[in-house]
Design a protein around this ligand. Structure first.
Ligand SMILES: Cc1cc2nc3c(=O)[nH]c(=O)nc-3n(C[C@H](O)[C@H](O)[C@H](O)COP(=O)(O)OP(=O)(O)OC[C@H]3O[C@@H](n4cnc5c(N)ncnc54)[C@H](O)[C@@H]3O)c2cc1C
Length: 340
């Protein structure tokens, strides 16, 4: 069986690794553009936890985290750092079902706490009295770029063919590389992240959206990786007195090449963090401002999806696939191997 994978970001790299590791009868070719333009995996914040409002995404996130924690090679490949995580759930949402998903995979990791505990431990201000948070001990951050590079290097060492080129898709499971060569497969998987909506016919299911964060010099003692789903603020310690902080961004459907940082959003992030955590000191402009884009889908989830005879997409992680890609790539590889 010949499988072609377009894209050597986290999704494509992990899929190639899983396919190669699962079976000797599959020949895998990854067609990946050179690294001159950063992809989402290169700049990703890498926050990982098991708790997700969507239980299906949560299953992948918790499965992946459990696998990384339990596997010395994946810990090394990903540079996983366990610093804990807190998640303030939106008003009116009962987190019990999603906490059970975490409990089954990471026993004892998740704990539900109320407003008083959130104020005391993390310094939340202006918090409603019925606020609910989910704290996870076994969570933190990893490096998607390092995981991508390690998985791809392993795959290539073990026989996966890597072609550094931009792929142009042809009819069916075939593509043309920049040197003019036509390449045919039994299955072609387009794992091109935010570029995917522009490459395949997807019936309006996939859209690219900008994601932006800044690295701010701000004092947020005791706060590890966090998501405040009331305000949309999220972040994690970056190091040396700085914090990665972001807010949702509303820029849809831009070509990934055209994505530029939004300075107004960067200011809003600092203001929101100061207000939310009662920081009285001024916060200087971010020391680093990162803007990139990812492929979104409703409902979200990094999954293998048919996109024509022999053609699939493997994207749609909606800004969260650093968490889910380890588990999702195992599922996708299994589906490909059993369907051919
Ligand atoms: C700023 C930012 C912060 C994030 N933070 C987090 C986080 O904290 N936690 C979390 O879980 N997730 C986070 N994410 C999401 C996560 O990083 C992404 O979902 C994940 O990295 C996507 O991987 P990918 O392989 O699908 O896409 P990419 O990493 O974008 O890879 C796609 C690849 O396809 C290649 N490509 C495109 N077109 C072609 C073509 N025609 N031919 C050949 N190659 C092609 C590109 O060059 C690229 O290398 C973040 C994303 C961004 C952008």
């Amino acid at each position: 069986m010949r499988v072609g994978v377009v894209g050597g970001g986290l999704a494509g790299a992990l899929l190639a690794w899983r396919l190669r590791e699962s079976s000797d009868r599959v020949r895998v070719e990854v067609v990946a553009r050179d690294r001159s333009r950063a992809d989402a995996s290169e700049v990703s914040g890498g926050l990982v936890r098991g708790f997700e409002l969507d239980p299906e995404v949560g299953r992948d996130a918790a499965d992946g985290l459990a696998e990384v924690r339990g596997d010395a090679r994946l810990r090394e490949w990903s540079g996983y750092r366990e610093i804990g995580s807190s998640y303030l759930v939106p008003r009116g949402v009962d987190p019990a079902g999603s906490v059970r998903v975490v409990d089954e995979r990471l026993p004892g990791s998740a704990e539900v706490v109320g407003a008083a505990e959130l104020r005391r431990r993390f310094g939340y201000r202006e918090l409603r009295d019925d606020a609910v948070g989910v704290l996870e001990r076994h969570a933190g951050h990893l490096s998607p770029a390092r995981l991508r590079d390690s998985a791809l290097a392993w795959a290539v060492e073990h026989g996966v063919h890597l072609v550094r080129s931009t792929a142009r898709l042809l009819d069916g499971p075939a593509l043309r590389t920049s040197d003019g060569v036509r390449r045919e497969y039994d299955a072609l998987v387009v794992a091109a992240g935010a570029w995917t909506p522009g490459l395949v016919d997807h019936g309006g299911e996939l859209r690219a959206k900008q994601i932006q964060y800044g690295v701010y010099r701000i004092d947020l003692p005791g706060l590890g990786a966090f998501v405040d789903d009331d305000t949309g603020l999220y972040g994690r310690p970056w190091g040396d007195g700085t914090f990665l902080l972001g807010l949702g961004c509303d820029r849809w459907d831009q070509a990934p090449e055209d994505v530029r940082p939004d300075p107004v959003l960067a200011d809003r992030v600092a203001a929101e963090a100061r207000r939310r955590f009662g920081v009285t000191a001024d916060v200087p402009p971010p020391e680093l401002l990162v803007a990139s884009s990812d492929c979104y889908r409703t409902p979200p989830g990094l999954r293998l999806r048919p996109a024509g005879p022999g053609v699939f997409t493997f994207t749609g992680g909606s800004g969260g696939a650093a968490k889910t890609a380890v588990a999702a790539s195992r599922i996708a590889a299994g589906e490909l191997l059993t369907s051919f």
